[in-house]
Ligand binder design. Structure first.
Ligand code: CP
Ligand code: NVA
Length: 327
């Protein structure tokens, strides 16, 4: 049967596809807030949007989102702002300098004001607890645009990118190299939800959060996913994609010992040769060329980093339409 989301919606949205309303009104703080079916719906709608925005040009008319960013951003900010404009919606961007969350009033009061004007909050925060406080205080959906714990919007775009490059999420073999950070956590969660495998390769002491790994392993019991941790870069062998990220995330101090420990995990031509001739290179960006990745890898034809960046907009727009109950 043709997936309902692939049916072009009528301009008045009368043809709301059945089975997808489960996301309406929901907050998405991590991928664990979504089922495999719901992620599938986001990805299918994202593909449909990417093919043609015309049927959705006014979908967000009279709707808005407030973007609250405590940290810098290029991709996330621009892809949300332009994306919302493509759907006919309005948005307001609040930065940390002028509108620090939780400083002039509590996070809860901040959210309870905003919900009176807007339909959705998109927040990039230092502390994941700030997102939880916003979600708990407000009646509008809250979308995590990156916290120190996870980056679900990034990984939705990455799932779309993997599929576009022929990788099946249920049987994918991923290798993560570097710091066991927020992006790594969301990639582990994606794998646990769909049932592929991920090998997380970090130096000792920089492994992903044990709670995230434990929860993912519990979910993996149902899906057959395999999540393994190692310190050996040779474990990239046979991966469909090698994924790395900055060694120092926003909000972290530069630490000489950490940078020294990471050197052995640089993604360079030798490492990609070890991985295999078909292996894709992925990075959420911004990249630190010469540190976690060399120019020859990020600029090679196996690098899909700008596809990932483009897909941020399509995946986020699909998520917005679903949580706003517009698709
Ligand atoms: N990948 C990503 O989230 O990029 P920005 O920090 O530029 O938003
Ligand atoms: N781990 C990085 C991701 C940036 C998109 C950070 O949190 O800074």
């Amino acid at each position: 049967m043709k997936h309902p989301i692939l049916t072009a919606p009528t301009p008045d949205r009368a043809a709301t596809p059945s089975g997808l309303s489960s996301l309406a009104g929901r907050s998405v703080l991590s991928l664990c807030d979504l089922s495999a079916t719901e992620i599938r719906a986001v990805l299918d709608l994202a593909k449909s949007l990417k093919r043609d925005y015309a049927p959705w040009r006014t979908a967000m008319s009279q709707r808005s989102a407030v973007l609250l960013f405590e940290k810098p951003s290029l991709r996330t900010r621009v892809s949300f702002e332009i994306g919302i404009a493509k759907l006919g919606g309005a948005m307001v961007f609040l930065d940390h300098q002028n509108n620090p969350i939780g400083e002039r009033e509590t996070v809860s009061d901040y959210g309870r004001n905003l919900e009176r004007w807007t339909d959705c909050l998109v927040a990039r925060v230092y502390r994941h607890a700030t997102l939880e406080a916003l979600r708990n205080a407000t009646r509008v959906p809250v979308i995590n645009a990156l916290s120190e714990l996870c980056h679900p919007c990034q990984i939705l775009a990455d799932a779309l990118t993997l599929e576009e490059h022929g990788v099946d999420l249920a049987s994918m073999r991923l290798a993560w190299l570097g710091d066991g950070n927020n992006v790594c956590h969301s990639l582990i969660e994606l794998t646990a939800i769909f049932g592929g495998s991920i090998t997380v390769i970090t130096p000792r002491g920089y492994e992903p959060c044990s709670k995230v790994v434990g929860q993912a392993q519990a979910a993996a019991a149902a899906t057959g996913a395999r999540i393994s941790l190692t310190n050996d870069p040779a474990a990239v062998r046979g991966a469909d994609a090698v994924y790395t990220d900055t060694w120092v995330s926003m909000g972290q101090q530069k630490d000489a010992a950490k940078l020294a420990a990471m050197q052995a995990l640089q993604v360079n031509a030798d490492l990609m040769r070890t991985a295999g001739s078909h292996t894709l290179f992925m990075h959420c960006l911004p990249a630190h060329r010469g540190e976690e990745v060399t120019d020859e890898v990020i600029d090679s034809n196996r690098s899909v980093v700008f596809d990932q960046a483009e897909n941020r907009m399509h995946a986020q727009n699909a998520l917005l339409l679903l949580v706003l109950g517009l698709a």
